[in-house]
Design a protein around this ligand. Structure first.
Ligand code: RI2
Length: 321
């Protein structure tokens, strides 16, 4: 698959989920580096930067994507020849993919410890790490039951219920607006994240903040499962996470929208859950209260304030294992 194929698939959400997007981008950069015929480092670097920018431009919110791309592109930093540059990119891409898969497994292991026998869990959207925690708890013999939301407009809940069904986990499928009706039957909310900011706010699928607010009101704990590469280094220097607004046709068919000239359809794909609604963020480095997000950014993404190059940003030094 070429870089443009991968970029197109990420944009159309054929490849989706913050972790999967990041690994797909690393694979695309690796394959592009391997296929390139460039004779000199400058030409190699220029072309890699072009495709890296294309990948990063596909979806603006999941910070795992630029974090993965920066990590892989750091393989070019010390290269003196095109071959060294190619090897650097391939090595770091492989390292990212491996570390990411390792992180998903570790989070499942740590997250499962927060799930008790008999727990009823509510999840929103489709997060491989959030599901990983539930599947691991089930594998350990804990009897759990899950409430999974539909997740309008893209219906990622359908993927979630298939995975839970296939794992043999008892599951209830509900529309997004039914969360408050069932929250008193729920012991624990577990969701994923597309980005975690320096103050511990979690950016995740639209509706997550309503779920977390409802859970807070009902005194139900909320756990966020997030690999360290979903923490957003540049929020340390005040950069805001851009919330992707997707085409209106995902919410209302264009032929209906055309008949309603006074109606504007809004379709933000993500929202922000403030740290006070989150009890714990489970990363592959262990669980932290959201207020400790800065420590993850500093310790595991390798960013320090002095390293920030505000013009372009320096590569995140991902150290996920
Ligand atoms: P994992 C997804 O975004 C969802 O918001 C999900 O919670 C988050 O990425 C994290 O997913 P989208 O691509 O990386 O469906 O945990 O818009 O799989």
């Amino acid at each position: 698959m070429t870089v443009s194929d991968t970029a197109e698939k990420i944009k159309s959400m054929e490849i989706r989920g913050a972790g999967r997007i990041a690994r797909a981008a690393a694979e695309a950069l690796r394959d592009h580096a391997l296929s390139m015929q460039a004779q000199n480092t400058a030409a190699f670097r220029q072309d890699m930067e072009r495709v890296a920018a294309l990948l990063v431009s596909t979806r603006p919110t999941a910070v795992s994507l630029p974090n993965a791309v920066h990590f892989v592109m750091a393989g070019l930093a010390a290269a003196k020849t095109a071959d060294e540059a190619r090897n650097g990119v391939v090595h770091r891409a492989e390292q990212f993919i491996h570390s990411s898969q390792h992180a998903v497994g570790k989070i499942a292991e740590f997250g499962a410890r927060h799930i008790r026998d008999g727990d009823v869990i509510l999840t929103h959207c489709n997060s491989e790490v959030a599901l990983g925690c539930m599947i691991e708890a089930h594998r350990q013999g804990k009897e759990i039951e899950v409430f999974a939301t539909e997740v309008r407009p893209r219906n990622q809940g359908h993927i979630t219920i298939r995975t839970l069904n296939d794992a043999g986990i008892k599951t209830n499928f509900i529309v997004d607006s039914a969360v408050r009706s069932f929250i008193n039957d729920v012991d624990l909310v577990i969701v994923g994240a597309d980005a975690v900011t320096v103050n511990g706010a979690v950016v995740n699928k639209i509706g997550t903040s309503q779920v977390a607010h409802t859970a807070a009101e009902a005194r139900v704990n909320v756990i966020v499962a997030a690999e360290t590469y979903k923490f957003a280094p540049r929020t340390v220097v005040g950069e805001l996470i851009q919330i992707e607004e997707r085409p209106p046709g995902e919410v209302l068919p264009d032929e209906i929208a055309r008949t309603l000239p006074n109606v504007k359809v809004r379709n933000p794909a993500f929202d922000v859950t403030p740290p006070e609604y989150i009890d714990l963020i489970v990363t592959e480095q262990g669980a932290i209260p959201p207020q400790m997000a800065y420590v993850i950014i500093r310790e595991y993404l390798g960013w320090e304030i002095g390293e920030f190059n505000l013009a372009g940003g320096s590569p995140a030094d991902f150290n996920g294992e």
